[in-house]
Ligand binder design. Structure first.
Ligand code: AP5
Length: 212
């Protein structure tokens, strides 16, 4: 499975990507996670990306395209991948199309006010990047990761005003990719509301063509 996940910030792409990657036995490749890691490690790439990520703006295309090109060359990505957060612009989509043909693009959509609630309640493990939500997906022990015991933190770009800006950036720059993938005949759309397991079932039905 070579799958591209599309959708606004907070729609649940990362949450579903983890489950889809496990189901299909392919790596979950999140450009947001890679960039945040580079920023934390203060690499050259991280230094270039930091101000964009903090402000909820898109990191320049050439930087992200090169980063994904390298990642897709790694051995584990040869059997397939779940690409989460890439492509986000027409230029990125065209670059990806030249690197490898995606089998499906799955759009997760959600109402704008729900997106805000999802992002502002999110907590992330600073160690293994597992994602939780204070109300809808809390850890067993408040403040600590179920998987590795790491400390849970608030993402810098999850302040409400930054989230609103990220949604605007999505509407302007990434939403047009819906038609890009529709024209290729590989787009499937899934409503991201409801329990995490319900959304996963809906996504699997959409990907396998099953009727509910
Ligand atoms: P990135 O990390 O990709 O962020 P995003 O696309 O804005 O998406 P999010 O991670 O905010 O949300 P999500 O849809 O994954 O939702 P999640 O599953 O966490 O990008 C961050 C930044 O990096 C960008 O702003 C940009 O600067 C840069 N960047 C990244 N890629 C780039 C690119 N290609 N080009 C240029 N720049 C790039 O869920 C959200 C919350 O809801 C969680 O708390 C979760 O527990 C909860 N939740 C999920 N599903 C459910 C459910 N069904 N019910 C209840 N709660 C749920």
């Amino acid at each position: 499975m070579k799958l591209v996940l599309l959708g606004p910030p907070g729609a649940g792409k990362g949450t579903q990507a983890v489950r889809l990657a496990e189901h299909f036995g392919v790596p979950h490749i999140s450009t947001g996670d890679i960039l945040r890691r580079q920023v934390a490690e203060k690499t050259d790439l991280g230094k270039k990306a930091e101000r964009y990520v903090r402000a909820g703006k898109l990191v320049p295309d050439d930087v992200v395209i090169e980063m994904v090109r390298k990642r897709l060359k790694q051995k584990d990505a040869q059997k397939g991948f779940i690409l989460d957060g890439f492509p986000r612009t027409r230029e990125q989509a065209e670059a990806l199309d030249k690197m490898v043909k995606a089998d499906r693009a799955l759009l997760l959509f959600l109402d704008p006010e729900d997106l805000i609630k999802r992002s502002t309640g999110r907590r992330v493990c600073e160690n293994c990047e597992s994602v939780y939500h204070l109300l809808t997906n809390p850890p067993k022990e408040p403040g600590f990761c179920d998987r590795c015991g790491g400390k849970l933190i608030v993402r810098e770009d999850d302040r409400e005003e930054t989230v609103r800006h990220r949604i605007q950036v999505y509407d302007e720059q990434t939403k047009p990719l819906i038609s890009f993938y529709k024209e290729k005949g590989i787009l499937v759309q899934v409503y991201g509301s409801g329990l995490i397991d319900e959304v996963f079932e809906r996504a699997m039905d959409a990907l396998t063509g099953a009727k509910r």
